[in-house]
Design a protein around this ligand. Structure first.
Ligand SMILES: [Zn+2]
Length: 331
């Protein structure tokens, strides 16, 4: 497994007790070390995304706004999102990681890839940074892939809805976007009836889950919604927006997953496509211990290890929502 990560991500410092802090990435690195499969992990530093690839997703005005804020030494981008002197470089690196991972997978140097990056990306829309996100990392990789004629499925299991990713491919039939997220919760998008528009209609699938939804609900969503949608779409690539804030200990959400559930779900997701065709992107996750454990359990499971300190969970609410979405998308 290739893990793309970089010390320079620590230089993005929103400051002032912000939950999206550099410690998060160090917690993920600790998880890699604890996984028991560290010898099967190849760590490489990251190359920044080319400006023209960033601009396939983001407007010139959005891009220029970030460049000029960076030239001023940073500042507030929106009420939740701040730039420090190292933020623009970190954002361009985070945007480049997926593209670099795709190249390594195409060369078959590695069979799977995990982009351990920050700032996260899935709330950044084509025209606006928001929700701790400056550039939409997963969308930039997806757009680079579709420009080469690939079909791309994005599955987003962050606790929050990936409104930015949804917006980027709202009317696009070359990208399938499927999200399981808590509802209601920031940013307030991602209702069942948000299904895309024009030729993209039916290529956006939202599963808005109630607070406390746990492992069995996610496994039902996997069986009844995610698997049939991805199989019907038959993608060339699968990109996973892996937010670890659906963990039951996360302070910013109220879902009920454990690290054991994450390991299970991620293994199932990656198995939906052949080897060399899936990438995992770090999105949210704000409890440091949960980040370490979830990373360790996930990476271990993906590499055939046995690290699983927390069992997978079972019952929780939300099955009715899963059935409703499954019904909505029945062919
Ligand atoms: Zn989140």
């Amino acid at each position: 497994m290739l893990v793309l990560t970089d010390e320079r991500f620590l230089e993005h410092v929103p400051g002032g007790g912000h939950p999206e802090r550099p410690d998060r990435l160090q917690a993920v690195w600790e998880g890699l070390d604890q996984s028991g499969v560290a010898e099967d992990i190849l760590r490489e530093p990251v190359i920044p995304a080319a400006d023209e690839l960033i601009k396939k997703v983001h407007s010139a005005a959005h891009f220029e706004r970030l460049v000029s804020l960076n030239e001023q030494g940073g500042g507030k981008v929106d009420p939740d999102t701040r730039m420090s002197p190292g933020s623009w470089e970190a954002a361009r690196l985070a945007a480049g990681a997926g593209i670099q991972a795709v190249a390594a997978l195409k060369e078959k140097r590695v069979s799977q890839a995990f982009c351990a990056i920050r700032p996260p990306g899935h709330h950044a829309t084509p025209t606006q940074s928001m929700g701790f996100c400056l550039l939409n990392n997963v969308a930039i990789t997806a757009a680079a892939l579709t420009a080469e004629g690939n079909r791309v499925a994005i599955v987003d299991i962050d606790a929050h809805h990936g409104n930015g990713t949804q917006d980027a491919f709202w009317d696009d039939d070359q990208v399938l976007y499927v999200s399981c997220h808590q509802w209601p919760l920031f940013p307030g998008t991602g209702a069942i009836n948000d299904i895309g528009a024009q030729k993209g209609q039916g290529f956006t699938v939202n599963v808005p889950l109630p607070p406390q939804a746990a492992g069995d609900t996610y496994r039902a969503a996997f069986d009844e919604v995610i698997t049939p949608a991805v199989e019907r779409f038959n993608p060339d690539w699968l990109l996973i927006s892996a937010g670890f804030d659906a963990h039951r200990d996360d302070p910013l959400a109220s879902l009920g997953l454990t690290s054991g559930d994450y390991a299970d779900l991620m293994t199932r997701l990656v198995a939906l496509v052949p080897a060399y065709r899936s990438l995992i992107f770090l999105e949210g996750g704000y409890d440091l211990a949960a980040l370490t454990e979830s990373t360790a359990a996930t990476v271990s499971a993906l590499l055939g290890g046995s690290y699983q300190p927390e069992k997978a969970t079972s019952v929780g609410p939300g099955l009715a929502v899963v059935h409703q979405v499954a019904e909505r998308f029945k062919p």
